[in-house]
Write a protein that binds this ligand. Structure first.
Ligand code: CYC
Length: 197
């Protein structure tokens, strides 16, 4: 029997693509690649995240270091940005660049952790309560409302931004979630001791 933490790390350590959704609904959904890959030199549970448009994977639009942690009451995914992040673009497919990431490169994104629950066939998560994950978009500050569902086959995500004063939705999907299929497996990069083995 593996722990919930080990199962979450194995399901997340993967590459995902919404190619089918994008090809079926071209104006509504861009074709996006999402990859999560273990960073064994960092604290246990640390995963590099790159999100990119499939037309230009060399220039990801979001690169982060996540850290999955088991708390007594829930699983948490912490979210960290990288200083001078362009240095690390493409690290998800480049072992030497990944190995060069150190704790000093990381900047915590307060309020932007996910609280994660186990489901029948995977996990679901949403941004921690408090509306504290503030993001700039087209000159306006908004707070992030985001959730995901993860299974062994894929991942669904929905991101929206709301006005801190009026709570009106300012940006984000009107058409519904992004639907990603799992296309690569990076769970072999997970150190055994992260999995309690
Ligand atoms: C922002 N999307 C964010 C933020 C998070 C996520 C945490 C705010 C903090 C940050 O920049 O890191 C989402 N991060 C995630 C998810 C996971 C994660 C789901 C998996 C556990 O680690 N985002 C998309 C779509 C598009 C989108 C392509 C649909 C609307 O993936 C938009 N997300 C989007 C925008 C922002 C955002 C516009 C605001 C900031 C920005 O422009 O990057």
């Amino acid at each position: 029997m593996s722990s919930p933490l080990a199962r979450l790390l194995r399901q997340l350590s993967a590459g995902f693509s919404n190619q089918h959704q994008a090809f079926e609904n071209p104006p509504l959904y861009a074709h996006i690649l999402v990859k999560f890959r273990p960073l064994p030199q960092l604290e246990p549970g640390s995963l590099l995240l790159e999100q990119s448009y499939a037309i230009n994977p060399a220039a990801p639009y979001r690169i982060r270091v996540l850290r999955v942690e088991q708390r007594p009451d829930a699983l948490i995914i912490h979210n960290q940005a990288l200083h001078e992040e362009q240095r690390f673009w493409g690290a998800v497919d480049d072992a030497a660049k990944r190995a060069a990431i150190t704790p000093a490169d990381l900047r915590p994104l307060d309020g932007c952790a996910y609280v994660v629950q186990e489901t029948a066939d995977g996990f679901s998560g949403e941004v921690e309560p408090g509306c504290r994950c503030l993001v700039e978009r087209k000159g306006a500050t908004s707070y992030l409302v985001s959730s995901f569902e993860l299974t062994g086959r894929g991942m669904r995500t929905i991101d929206r931004g709301h006005d801190p004063a009026t709570h009106e939705q300012l940006w984000g999907s009107l058409a519904g979630p992004f639907e990603f299929e799992r296309t690569e497996d990076y769970s072999h990069d997970l150190p055994a001791h992260w999995l309690g083995l």
